[in-house]
Ligand binder design. Structure first.
Ligand code: ZN
Length: 392
């Protein structure tokens, strides 16, 4: 199983790096225009078309037209959906692994013919571990005004799990079917609420460039939320690695039924955007898991919190506000999130090694998990994972 990790480095921008970046942007925009004017279909055709001309015109080394075509084509493709004239706005440069070299923390990029630009990377211990690890393969380099991202890849050996753990992700906590509970603090919830409002704004005005620019100052905030989610996803994956667990999550897809009219929630909370922190968390969990060789499965999210994890009765009338599950059919009582997590786990189909009982875990164990929740892990900096009440 090949797994890729993008590692971010800092660097000191110089006149030369800025020039290189703006030349690259100029080339990308030039390539975009050619693609549109000549109705070129496909990245490779675009590359063949610009290759010779660009090498002469920009006195660029051969590798540039390749990446220019790649970046330009991805912009053209994206904008076809947006019905707006495509243009590369930000300063960005991409280079494949064959074109650059990296030794002793110094990145060497081809600049003009016969010249190379040497850029010392800034890094901490975490980034250093990637530079030092000879077993990792280096992929593309993406350079922006202040950062350089290098893709590292490895062949991760998939771990055969001895059990599955389902996780219910909601706006207050992350609850595992084994009773693991990561509680998100109030302070942090507020921060995300802000982030969510903002992301709703983005969705609504994604075509308005002026407004978008005005509101793009939230980078720090989003970065903060990302970091908090990073802590959570790390905990989930490290636990899985330690205990040889497979992770089962709900498949989040577009607008869910629960977010539609008539569920007692406001209009704002039904927006598709309110899934974004969940999506990010899912992404982080699956990325980290893939890197570690931990298996992740996404299952059908329908009725996971309305179904009884013991008798499978479905209580359609369950309200968002009810925090505990009381089954009208078999009378079983359980924390709402834990009930959902057990349902999620059950829907998982990843085969587990038979030595430990997985899958068919009964109520006893679930209730035991419930007790474990009296001592939850509290993440002081953890944000709320959505706005007012994610339900299903
Ligand atoms: Zn029941």
């Amino acid at each position: 199983m090949k797994s890729v990790k993008a590692v971010r480095f800092g660097y000191k921008p110089t006149q030369e790096t800025r020039e290189l970046l703006s030349t690259f942007r100029m080339m990308v925009n030039h390539a975009i225009n050619i693609a549109l004017e000549e109705k070129i279909k496909g990245r490779l055709r675009l590359r063949d078309r610009i290759y010779k001309e660009f090498n002469e015109r920009y006195s660029a080394v051969t590798c540039y037209p390749y990446s220019v075509a790649e970046v330009a084509w991805s912009i053209v493709k994206k904008h076809r959906r947006w019905h707006r004239k495509p243009v590369a706005e930000g300063l960005m440069l991409k280079m494949d692994s064959a074109s650059y070299s990296l030794n002793y923390g110094i990145l060497s990029l081809p600049n003009r013919k016969g010249q190379r630009l040497l850029i010392p990377l800034k890094y901490g211990d975490w980034q250093r571990s990637f530079l030092m690890d000879a077993s990792l393969k280096r992929g593309s380099v993406t350079m922006t005004e202040f950062t350089i991202v290098i893709a590292f890849s490895r062949e991760a050996k998939e771990i055969e799990p001895v059990r599955k753990i389902g996780y219910d992700l909601n706006h207050k906590s992350v609850v595992g079917s084994d009773g693991t509970r990561i509680v998100l603090s109030k302070v942090a919830r507020l921060h995300t609420e802000y982030g969510v409002r903002r992301s709703e704004f983005y969705e609504r005005h994604s075509n308005d460039r002026r407004l978008k620019q005005k509101f793009s100052g939230s980078r720090r905030e989003r970065e903060r939320i990302k970091q908090t989610l990073n802590v959570i996803s790390k905990q989930v994956v490290e636990k899985a690695l330690r205990n040889r667990e497979a992770i089962v999550l709900e498949r989040l897809k577009g607008i869910r039924k629960a977010h539609m009219k008539g569920n007692g929630m406001g209009r704002g909370s039904r927006r598709r955007a309110n899934l974004w922190p969940f999506r990010l968390l899912q992404q982080q969990i699956s990325n980290k898991a893939a890197w570690a060789g931990v298996q992740v499965e996404f299952v059908d999210p329908r009725n996971t919190s309305k179904e009884c994890s013991r008798c499978h009765y479905i209580n359609k009338k369950l309200k968002v506000t009810e925090r505990s599950w009381l089954c009208p059919e078999c009378g079983c009582q359980l924390d709402r999130d834990l009930n959902a997590a057990v349902n999620i786990e059950r829907r998982g189909k990843i085969p587990c090694l038979p030595m430990v009982q997985a899958g068919a875990r009964g109520m006893d164990e679930a209730v035991k998990g419930n007790e474990a929740m009296t001592a939850p892990i509290l993440l002081a900096e953890a944000p709320k994972l959505g706005n007012s009440g994610r339900s299903r």
